[in-house]
Design a protein around this ligand. Structure first.
Ligand SMILES: [Cu+2]
Length: 486
């Protein structure tokens, strides 16, 4: 019998004996013996219990805190958040907390709602433990001994993704290299339709640039890009066009880069002609023989490394006469990022080749960065009544997407990015392979916020989420809160 099981049977046995032998009755000699047995058993039980359930170690003594912050938990819209209480952070949502290196920091957390929350900072190995009741308070105290940018967050599943995350900045934030270039391509950044013109020569110039970009709040990454943004420029041509592609590799680059366009008929899709060293340029030309929406990407070993670093985009080869007109067109691509550091780590993160071979990414992103399209600045914007078309591509390098817009049904889907096959209609979720694309179209009937996801929804918590805001007046009766209104 192991010690835990021994403790389990000792406790009830002792209680039963103690009740039977309580002072209600005069003691016989047998009872005296039994009482001695109980005392012995109790002593043994206490010894076992202290072994099985060791008393907590003496708490570490800290000097009086140098900086004290109070946070309360709350909701902001559909998000969960921490809110500052008192001082400069009063009323601020997920306020940035600051300390000088070596200072003792105390964070007091008050539960503002009757929902379980906590607060944790991984790097300092501190956590409040669970706050269950409304008004419950807990305090963590620790020495901020390392300069850097850290995250405090709620570790209850889903709460960090719902918004319960803020920054603790110790010392000079820039020391941690936590700010980088904005590498997110706006989803509305694409050229307009070609229309009814005849075939032409289309010249495309791309430059491979390696940039330290913003991966998440307080977190940067060494991206590889075409023209500084992810995805690369949306290239638009029509069937019958001749496309001349010039690939420059920036002088500041440290890798060879190239391009393989899936719209090409020819070995390597262009990669055999475009292995370009830093500071060099190469050119090749192809004929656009087949309409469709195609992925392009870097094809320099390790291909998967260059792709996950951001070297991908879409090229649309329009059919003769173009696609049917719509009110809004958007450009969204999905990719994975394999870092050595866990998701949410602040500072400059590094590529992990083993994790990539294991297909175990830390981040999944739309347009290059965690939650990039889930901000006011980068969200897709439309009006009620608009017909919306999204050109959606998956860079991978490894994960298939189950692309879905929460709250919408795709009126039309061009599976596999094929325009010459008839579109399929009334689709909830579309599967898109790595190295594949799709065109989806829908009309917005109801105003509000729609959420772009891969319906493999664990990926949402690793950064894969975007918003579409629809403004205007919806037709009454399609969707409303409460009982049926005739
Ligand atoms: Cu490359």
């Amino acid at each position: 019998m192991n010690r835990k099981n021994k403790a389990r049977w000792l406790l009830p046995l002792t209680l039963v004996l103690a009740l039977a032998l309580s002072g209600c009755f005069p003691e016989s000699p047998e009872q005296k013996d039994a009482r001695a047995t109980v005392v012995a058993l109790s002593t043994e039980m206490a010894a076992v219990q202290s072994e099985v359930f060791p008393q907590p170690a003496e708490p570490v003594e800290y000097p009086a805190a140098d900086v004290v912050y109070t946070l309360t938990t709350g909701a902001e819209g559909t998000n969960l958040v921490f809110i500052g209480v008192g001082g400069e952070i009063d009323g601020v949502v997920n306020p940035t907390l600051t300390a000088d290196p070596g200072q003792v920091v105390q964070i007091r957390v008050i539960n503002g709602m009757a929902v379980e929350h906590d607060l944790r900072i991984d790097e300092f190995d501190v956590e409040t433990g669970s706050l269950l009741a409304e008004g419950e308070e807990k305090v963590i105290t620790f020495r901020a001994d390392e300069v850097g940018v850290y995250k405090y967050y709620c570790s209850i599943p889903g709460h960090r993704a719902a918004g319960m995350e803020g920054t603790l900045q110790v010392g000079d934030a820039e020391v941690a290299g936590a700010t980088g270039a904005n590498i997110v391509r706006h989803p509305a950044d694409l050229p307009g339709p070609i229309g009814a013109r005849g075939p032409e020569l289309v010249q495309v110039e791309l430059t491979a640039q390696e940039v330290v970009g913003q991966l998440a709040d307080g977190t940067t990454y060494n991206y590889f890009t075409y023209n500084g943004a992810i995805p690369g420029p949306f290239i638009r041509a029509r069937v019958g066009d001749t496309v001349e592609v010039t690939l420059n590799n920036d002088t500041s680059s440290t890798f060879v880069h190239s391009i393989d366009l899936h719209s090409v008929n020819g070995p390597g899709g262009g990669a055999v002609y475009t292995q370009v060293e830093p500071g060099q340029s190469k050119v090749f030309t192809f004929q656009a023989l087949q309409p469709g929406v195609y992925v392009y990407h870097c094809a320099t070993p390790s291909h998967a490394h260059h792709i996950q670093s951001g070297m991908y985009g879409l090229i649309l080869i329009e059919p003769e006469g173009g696609l049917p007109p719509v009110d809004k067109e958007f450009y969204v691509m999905q990719g994975e990022i394999y870092t050595a550091e866990p998701f949410g780590t602040a500072g400059l993160l590094t590529f992990d080749h083993e994790a990539m071979l294991d297909e175990d990414p830390e981040y999944l992103v739309f347009n290059g960065a965690a939650g990039a399209l889930a901000s006011e600045v980068n969200a897709l914007q439309a009006e009620v009544g608009d017909t919306v078309r999204i050109y959606f591509g998956v860079a991978g390098p490894n994960f298939t997407s189950s692309f879905h817009v929460i709250g919408e049904i795709f009126d039309k889907v061009y599976p596999y990015g094929s325009i010459t096959s008839p579109a399929i209609t009334d689709v909830q979720t579309v599967t898109v392979a790595p190295g594949g694309g799709v065109i989806v179209e829908f009309t917005i009937d109801v105003p509000g916020r729609y959420i772009l996801v891969d319906h493999a929804l664990s990926r949402l918590e690793r950064g894969l989420v975007g918003f579409l805001f629809a403004t205007g007046e919806g037709e009454p009766g399609i969707f409303y809160e409460g009982p049926y209104q005739p």
